[in-house]
Design a protein around this ligand. Structure first.
Ligand SMILES: NC(=O)c1ccc[n+]([C@@H]2O[C@H](COP(=O)([O-])OP(=O)(O)OC[C@H]3O[C@@H](n4cnc5c(N)ncnc54)[C@H](O)[C@@H]3O)[C@@H](O)[C@H]2O)c1
Length: 103
């Protein structure tokens, strides 16, 4: 099974790492070129205990990848998770513009 995670921030990166650890071929996508470049170099932008080792292990096993182009990344996966940010609007509701853009 293949999955794609769109948005490689706190939620997406951890989710992608955990799915790949469970043996699922996972591609994590982000429009932040620098973030993806760093992830491909093994530079992890957040700290969670064990996350760096988990990412490194699964990248080496070839079942965790990081990329930017959305269209090609979602061609093969059977499941796509959208984990982009939803910052609060002035009235406290969630701003869904990033989710709508990805959808
Ligand atoms: N961080 C938490 O602890 C937490 C807890 C519960 C719920 N959430 C929810 O999870 C969701 C994600 O939160 P987060 O903290 O991971 O956000 P984040 O800001 O850490 O990560 C979002 C990522 O999405 C990327 N992105 C934005 N637009 C994109 C697009 N069009 N294509 C590809 N990538 C795009 C950004 O570059 C960023 O790297 C939000 O709805 C948030 O409310 C977060």
């Amino acid at each position: 099974m293949k999955i794609a995670i769109i948005g490689s921030g706190y939620v997406g990166l951890v989710t992608g790492a955990c799915f790949s650890e469970a043996g699922i071929s996972t591609v994590c996508v982000d429009l932040d070129l620098k973030k993806i470049d760093n992830l491909n170099k093994g530079i992890i932008p957040i700290y969670k205990p064990g996350l760096e080792d988990m990412i490194s292990r699964n990248v080496k096993k070839g079942r965790l990848n990081f990329t930017t182009p959305l269209a090609s990344a979602i061609k093969e996966p059977e499941v796509v998770f959208i984990t982009v940010g939803t910052p609060p609007n002035e009235d406290g509701s969630a701003d869904l513009k990033h989710i709508i853009a990805v959808s």
